[in-house]
Design a protein around this ligand. Structure first.
Ligand SMILES: Cc1ncc(COP(=O)(O)O)c(C=O)c1O
Length: 462
């Protein structure tokens, strides 16, 4: 008979994880070797403490969501108060809190993005955006527009409808065949790994945008629904495109009647030091998907916000209705969490703090790059940055995975009290926005020392 482990018994909890849970992206064998998952007991600000009393800096904000930091009682209380009055919608109903949140989003979202469909997370937000785009074309008499252009080095989710978009080095999809025939993949600008023979980041951006135009023409514009991308993409550690890229893509989309979807699941609500990635790259999409930072992960909320032009396609008789829904859409508890979270971001000036601390982080990463031969490149903006580690700086070749360098990086960070799981050759760095200057210094010193230790283990002199 399975035993329910006591909450204060780490050993039994770890054993029960191995027996009773599917932990995504790992398995029971690996977990057992690693001594089990982190069992969080408490968290405050940028720190998390496990049941054994080990304290770590949360270097990736949970998973890019904990924008306002841990331990925010006022968000917990807002959720409690909301659930104590109205705890959930009924079918075809809407609660005042969620309606207010939709209006608030219309106020803070870029350009004329003003109508939101709510869901629970990032994958669903992108699913909703893609379905909205296709249904929009159908309502306008363009039923043939069903293809989606996405970019290598992007991540848009793990549902059947989103997993084949983009391409994440740490997220193989080979089990899930076939790749949907409506998904078309192109490159994105990353000058460090330029594949276009460019001689500057701007040319790299221009050629990447041109690839989108060529692809639209090759596929036939009348068959293309949307281009989807993150303003700054996460899998390669905060890939910031040159300033010409997104404006060119916007123009190309407009030229061929293709919609532009921004996946702001990670960049939304301040992570880049601007409210939205859209503000940073100075382009407004037709639809923007969001999740994570809207509640800082205190309640699962996502959504897709569109312009009125898109929304108007669904106005009219029953045949115009956009057929899409989830049971838990527009949960009032999530709306209450979002309001409390946005209030904290505004009151504590956290978007500005993300920008300033981001500059401090960039300076430290540049210093580390000058010092550590295995650091090939550092990149990113605001509090979405990363380190790419390489075997050979000249050829940019990565270490053979059998050497386990990414595990070494993870382990050395952990020994120094930093919680980030490194992917194959990228260390993503994305702490909460309320990190102070001193905490950032401490955090980057620990990263620096961890890379020194990895180099010693590899017999490479710093
Ligand atoms: C840019 C981006 N889009 C979509 C997703 C998927 O979000 P979720 O895991 O909430 O479904 C993520 C998650 O990391 C993401 O970073």
């Amino acid at each position: 008979m399975p035993q329910i482990p006591a909450a204060n018994d780490p050993k039994a909890l770890r054993q029960a994880v191995l027996e009773h849970m599917h932990m995504g992206m790992t398995n029971q064998t690996i977990l057992a070797e690693e001594g089990g998952p982190l069992l969080m007991e408490s968290a405050e600000g940028i720190y998390i403490t496990d049941v054994e009393g080990n304290r770590y800096i949360d270097g990736i904000s949970g998973m890019g969501f904990r924008n306002v930091g841990h331990g925010r009682e006022e968000i917990a209380k807002a959720i409690y108060d909301q659930l104590n009055s109205v705890s959930m919608n009924v079918y075809s109903g809407a609660t005042p809190k969620t309606i207010q949140l939709a209006a608030k989003l219309a106020e803070i979202a870029p350009g004329d993005l003003s109508r939101t469909f709510f869901c629970q997370g990032g994958s669903e937000a992108n699913e909703s955006a893609l379905k909205m785009a296709q249904a929009y074309h159908v309502r306008r008499g363009d039923a043939g527009r069903h293809k989606i252009i996405s970019r290598y080095g992007s991540y848009h989710g793990s549902t059947y409808g989103t997993m084949w978009l983009g391409g994440h080095p740490g997220f193989p999809r080979t089990d899930y065949q076939p790749k949907p025939s409506n998904v078309v993949t192109v490159g994105q600008p990353l000058y460090y790994h330029d594949t276009y023979g460019s001689n500057s980041p701007e040319q790299n951006g221009e050629r990447a945008a041109q690839e989108i135009e060529k692809t639209i023409l090759f596929e036939g514009p009348e068959s293309v629904s949307a281009v989807i991308g993150e303003p700054v993409s996460q899998p390669f550690g905060g890939v910031v495109p040159p300033a010409n890229y997104w404006p060119m893509v916007r123009e190309i989309c407009d030229k061929y009647g293709v919609l532009l979807i921004f996946d702001e699941v990670i960049t939304g609500f301040g992570r880049l030091g601007t409210w939205f990635g859209s503000d940073l790259v100075k382009v407004v999409p037709d639809i923007m998907a969001f999740a994570k930072g809207i509640t800082s992960g205190y309640f699962p909320v996502g959504g897709a916000i569109s312009t009125q032009k898109i929304a108007d396609a669904f106005a009219g008789g029953p045949e115009k209705v956009w057929s899409h829904m989830y049971t838990y859409s527009a949960h009032p508890g999530g709306a209450a969490a979002a309001f409390a979270n946005l209030e904290i971001i505004e009151r504590e000036n956290l978007v500005e703090n993300a920008r300033i601390r981001g500059e401090q982080l960039t300076d430290s990463l540049e210093e580390m790059k000058a010092k550590h031969p295995i650091i090939g490149d550092v990149r990113g903006v605001g509090l979405l940055q990363g380190i790419e580690f390489v075997k050979d700086r000249k050829t940019k070749e990565h270490f053979d995975p059998s050497l386990g360098v990414s595990k070494m990086v993870t382990d050395e960070l952990r020994k120094r009290g930093v919680w980030i799981r490194s992917s194959l050759f990228i260390l993503l760095i994305a702490p909460p926005f309320n990190i102070t200057a001193d905490e950032m210094d401490d955090f980057t010193t620990r990263i620096d020392e961890a890379f020194g230790a990895v180099e010693r283990r590899l017999g490479i002199a710093a």
